[in-house]
Design a protein around this ligand. Structure first.
Ligand code: ADP
Length: 774
């Protein structure tokens, strides 16, 4: 049942709620209406009873009149009496008919027990001359019996009859008094008329008069003051006063005096009785009027009750319907708001005017909405990195709020870790010996490390964006941007080399490599890369290429020369054999000398290449021995002096024996001397100085006055393939390996080799060797 009621739609539930009170109201309404109808019927019954009573009173009054006229006719037997009697008979018949028509159960067969059935017979008897006693007897009995039917006063106290209750009692008492007074009056008339049975009649009527007086006492006791006054006035001023006084006096004296004859008495007492009848009639009319008022009031009350109930039902139904509609509307509004909130909408207006469970529900929905908004704002702020956004979970059970706080803490930690990691990256990148850079997804540079800034000598702001391109050599720009753009669009790793301006203004070759970088979600974020200064390596490679080119050229030249002279000699020999021509010894000598010279040159070249190969493979073996440095220097200079126009002078001549590879050290000295000759074409003197800067060291220096060497090349000339670049230098043949081999030989002897020189001011090459005994 409970579940069934719960499953019913809200409107049905509310209508059921409405239905019960309405059914109850209708049920009560019907009850009240029935009660009212009953009251109206009751009052109607009383009114009928009172009307009936009035009709009975009328009949009694008619019978009393007929009794008087019949009595008079029975005595007088004259025409007047007869006419009066006949007229009265018609009135009586009308009153009987009226009562008959009532068709009331109370009056069923009333003519039987009230002797009225005998009325026609009595009338016929009167007409035929019966005695006045029979007449009196018959009518008095009939009147008395009819009087007993006049019982309109309710046994119980009825609140509807309350206003007429007293009047009903009074009229009943008056009716009784009229009846008993009528009996006394008729009997007095009879006595006064017949002058017979005076004493007997008085004895018989004494009790009746006592009853009359007792009714009067009751009347005086029960009558309300206004009626009492009226009654007193009537009994004092009307014909009632002489009537009662005469009766009282008669009973006091127990004798009929001569004050009234029969007719006078009949007249006076008739008037007196009529006074009482009038009083009763007035009261009866008042009762009827009052009863009609009560009846009308009750009918009106019944109708207004009905109207009120109908209005009540309509109003209750209307209120219920209105309430149902309002509740449905409010709940529908809340439902719509809740649905919006469930779709993720915030800031939903929720009406919650009522201070009840619906209002409370509205407030709860508003709170949910407000909290959702708070959550969204907090999440938004947290998403933007504002971790100080004020936000507290609503309670310990607030899973979402707690999750947001946890998310905030985690995000703060992750962000800090990321920041830390970025910082570490920057530190690593800055401390890295290479130049590191990054671009965004639009190719714009957004990071360069300290190594970069150190290289370019510029500020970070100058390099970011596209500023760094200014440092690129203009000749390399279009080639590089083509490679870079392609790699960028393809998100491909790339590598390229270009010249980049260093802080001192010099363009240095750098090798740039770049790779695309992506976020954790796989979103392309630009490129990251590095630049390495490969200038030296590149120069070295260039020099190596130059060397190979030069070496092949240098090797080819003597071979071609030798081949030419050999060919010449062969032709000469063939001509000689054929007897065509004599051999010129001069010619042969010159040719062979040239061939020899070229072979020496070739040999030297090949020796140098061989040495280079040996050095590379670590197989430059030294044949260590003790020898005299002076001897070596002398021999070398003497040999060379033969082939040059330069004057080679040995300045010092310290006595010194050395342990080392004599040939190799001689090779070093020869190389220095050859260079001195080669690079001083415009001067003639060369000095060789052998000295000991300390006890254990011997220095040998070769000084020329030639083209000299710029300071920046001082160290580099000892590297392999390095040749000083310049207009003059390029004109000198050479491979750039002589000084390299020399420095290797010196180093192998744990010595040092260096140059002191200035451009155009000659050079002094010195090598030192430790003197150590074998
Ligand atoms: P090369 O065969 O070219 O002479 P070296 O190794 O002997 O090779 O010398 C290296 C370079 O040093 C030379 O190319 C030259 O430019 C420079 N050099 C060597 N000796 C002298 C010198 N006495 N005066 C000027 N330049 C020199």
């Amino acid at each position: 049942m409970n579940n069934f009621f719960r499953r019913l739609p809200l409107t049905t539930k509310l209508l059921l709620l409405t239905l019960f009170p309405i059914v109850l109201i209708v049920y009560l309404s019907i009850g009240i209406y029935r009660e009212k109808t009953r009251n109206v019927e009751l009052i109607q019954g009383y009114i009928e009873r009172i009307d009936e009573s009035a009709d009975i009173a009328d009949l009694i009054s008619s019978l009393q009149s007929e009794r008087r006229t019949s009595f008079a006719y029975a005595i007088k037997r004259d025409v007047n009496s007869r006419t009066e009697m006949d007229a009265q008979r018609l009135v009586t018949d009308l009153a009987i008919k009226k009562l008959r028509r009532r068709n009331d159960s109370m009056l069923t067969s009333f003519e039987e027990y009230t002797s009225l059935r005998n009325l026609d017979r009595i009338r016929a008897a009167i007409d035929s001359g019966t005695s006045q006693d029979v007449v009196m007897q018959y009518y008095t009995t009939a009147i008395f019996r009819l009087n007993t039917l006049n019982v309109v006063v309710p046994v119980t106290n009825n609140r509807y009859l309350e206003p007429v209750f007293n009047d009903l009692i009074i009229q009943k008492i008056l009716s009784e008094m009229v009846t008993y007074l009528g009996i006394i009056r008729s009997n007095f008339y009879n006595v006064l008329y017949t002058k017979k049975n005076m004493a007997n009649t008085l004895y018989g009527l004494l009790g009746v008069f006592e009853i009359y007086k007792s009714y009067e006492t009751e009347l005086l006791a029960k009558a309300p003051p206004p009626f009492l006054q009226e009654y007193k006035r009537t009994s004092q001023n009307s014909a009632l006063r002489p009537t009662i006084r005469y009766i009282t006096k008669t009973f006091e004296k127990f004798h009929f005096d001569s004050l009234y004859d029969a007719e006078t008495w009949w007249k006076i007492s008739g008037d007196g009785t009529d006074e009482l009848k009038n009083l009763q009639h007035d009261i009866m009319q008042r009762v009827q009027a009052n009863m009609n008022t009560i009846y009308n009031k009750e009918v009106l009350s019944k109708q207004s009750t009905l109207a009120f109930l109908a209005i009540a039902v309509v109003v209750v139904f209307g209120i219920m319907l209105y309430t149902t509609q309002v509740i449905t509307q409010m709940l529908t509004g809340l439902n719509e708001a809740a649905q919006k909130i469930s779709r993720g909408i915030t800031g939903v207006p929720v009406a919650n005017e009522s201070h009840d469970v619906i209002g409370s529900l509205g407030q709860s929905i508003s709170k949910i909405d407000a909290h959702n908004k708070q959550l969204a704002d907090a999440a938004d702020a947290i998403g933007k990195g504002n971790f100080n956004v004020p936000f507290d979970p609503r309670s310990e059970d607030d899973i979402l709020g707690t999750a947001i706080i946890r998310m905030k803490d985690n995000l703060r930690r992750f962000t800090m870790e990321i920041e830390k990691s970025k910082e570490q990256f920057r530190e690593v990148a800055d401390s890295a010996p290479v130049m590191i850079w990054m671009t965004d997804e639009n190719k714009q540079c957004n990071f360069v490390n300290k190594g970069w800034l150190k290289f370019t000598g510029r500020k970070k702001e100058e390099e970011l964006g596209y500023g760094w391109i200014e440092g690129m050599h203009p000749e390399d720009y279009s080639r590089c941007s083509e490679v870079f753009d392609h790699a960028f669009s393809q998100r491909r790793e790339y590598s390229l080399e270009y010249r980049f301006r260093r802080e001192d203004g010099e363009y240095r070759w750098v090798r740039e490599t770049g790779i695309p970088r992506y976020s954790a979600e796989g979103k392309f974020e630009g490129f990251i890369g590095s630049c390495i200064d490969i200038h030296e390596t590149k120069m070295h490679e260039d020099r190596k290429d130059d060397f190979i080119r030069m070496a092949s050229h240098e090797l080819k030249t003597p071979v071609t020369s030798i081949k030419g002279y050999v060919q010449l000699l062969l032709n000469m020999f063939r001509d000689y054999e054929a007897g065509k021509e004599n051999i010129s010894s001069q010619m042969i000598q010159t040719s062979l000398a040239t061939i020899d010279k070229q072979i020496i040159k070739l040999n030297r070249l090949m020796s140098e290449l061989l040495d280079l190969s040996r050095i590379d493979s670590g197989k430059l073996d030294l044949k260590m021995q003790n020898f005299d440095v002076n001897d070596l220097v002398r021999e070398t200079v003497d040999d060379l002096q033969q082939t040059t126009r330069h004057e080679i002078r040995i300045k010092n001549n310290v006595d010194c024996k050395l342990f080392g590879d004599k040939d190799r050290i001689g090779q070093v000295l020869l190389n220095l001397l050859t260079n001195a000759i080669k690079y001083s074409p415009k001067t003639n003197s060369i000095e060789v100085d052998v000295y000991r800067p300390s006890q254990n060291i011997i220095s040998i220096s070769v000084r020329d006055h030639g083209i000299g060497i710029d300071k920046k090349d001082h160290e580099k000339i000892f590297e392999r393939f390095y040749r000083v670049e310049g207009k003059t230098e390029q004109t000198y043949p050479g491979f750039g390996i002589g000084l390299f081999i020399a420095s290797e030989i010196v180093n192998r002897h744990n010595g040092t080799i260096y140059v002191e020189s200035e451009k155009s001011k000659g050079s002094t090459f010195t090598f030192t060797l430790p003197i150590s005994a074998s």
